[in-house]
Write a protein that binds this ligand. Structure first.
Ligand code: HXC
Length: 257
């Protein structure tokens, strides 16, 4: 597939998506959204891909929805022709996604990072939901995923004031998995992705699925889901291999079966 606004590469078992609209700080226009979702789904359908890295530039992961594209829209445009509808599909990929964030991750950019499973932040990263300054509110998960990540009071302060927070504060509050020096961000993201991609693919899917259930359900429901998913891993060749390798004191060789 040919892309206009992103760069897509495969390195070993890792799929890379780099947002590439430098003239607009990677603002998310409809082309970019369509392309990210398409590339994400293509990687997701490829059994040779075990993890996805999503990244932007040194200056911006993404500065939010493309304000110039949506400024003149009305309620019915957003409701009936919702330009962000397909976004949800990115959040539903079964392949783990790592957001490697340097610079601005604002509005839809912060929300896109939150659709990923892991957020690695360069020390230059800045997160925020500045929609309130534009006379709108977050629309692709900001009011829902942010409170789940950093708690109600911290999320409310960010969403209601539009203030940005730096990498340190984001890590302290639980939005960020880990901070990395900016110069090492991509290498570190590659390492994490390669580690995940070296595990058994169906087991990784099960783990991601169960982690997602934790975000979407009560504790009782989540525990029931986990119990079934856990038992199901014992039907896999890779469980036999993983535990067999431990007993034989060797490295497992997963067949992704
Ligand atoms: C369109 C954008 C943009 C955006 C930046 N640009 N952000 N274009 N949409 N979200 C463009 C600028 O217009 C400018 O192009 C170029 O990128 C460089 O940006 P500057 O502003 O000159 O850079 P700087 O002074 O360094 O400021 C960086 C910034 C600022 C603080 C990130 O650009 C900014 O505040 N951007 C908007 C951030 C924001 O409000 N995001 C939330 C969007 S709403 P030109 O050609 O004009 O010079 C949202 C809703 C999601 O995300 C909900 C979906 C349903």
């Amino acid at each position: 597939t040919e892309y206009e606004t992103i760069i897509v590469e495969t390195r070993g078992r890792v799929g890379w998506i780099t947002l590439n609209r430098p003239e607009a700080l990677n603002a998310l226009n409809s082309t970019l959204i369509r392309e990210i979702v398409t590339a994400g789904k293509e990687f997701d359908h490829d059994p040779d891909i075990g993890a996805i890295v999503l990244t932007g530039s040194e200056k911006a992961f993404a500065a939010g929805a493309d304000i110039k594209e949506i400024a003149d829209k009305g309620y019915i445009d957003m409701y009936l022709n919702d330009p962000f509808k397909s976004w949800a599909d990115f959040g539903r990929l079964r392949t783990p996604a790592i957001a490697a964030v340097a610079g601005f991750a604002l509005g839809g950019g912060c929300e896109l990072a939150m659709m990923c499973d892991i957020i690695l932040a360069a020390d230059t990263a800045k997160f925020g939901q500045p929609e309130i300054n534009l006379g709108v509110i977050p629309g692709i998960g900001g009011t829902q995923r942010l409170p789940r990540a950093i708690g109600k009071y911290k999320a409310a302060e960010l969403v209601l004031t539009g203030r940005m927070m730096g990498a340190e504060e984001a890590e302290r509050s639980g939005l960020v998995s880990r901070i990395v020096p900016a110069a090492e961000l991509l290498d570190e993201a590659a390492k994490v992705a390669e580690i995940i991609a070296s595990k058994s693919l169906p087991v990784v899917y099960a783990a991601k699925d169960a982690l997602q259930a934790a975000q979407e359900s009560t504790l009782a429901e989540g525990l029931r889901f986990e119990k079934q998913a856990f038992a199901a891993t014992f039907a896999l060749d890779d469980q036999t291999e993983g535990m067999g390798a431990f007993r034989e004191k060797r490295t497992p060789e997963f067949s992704h079966r």
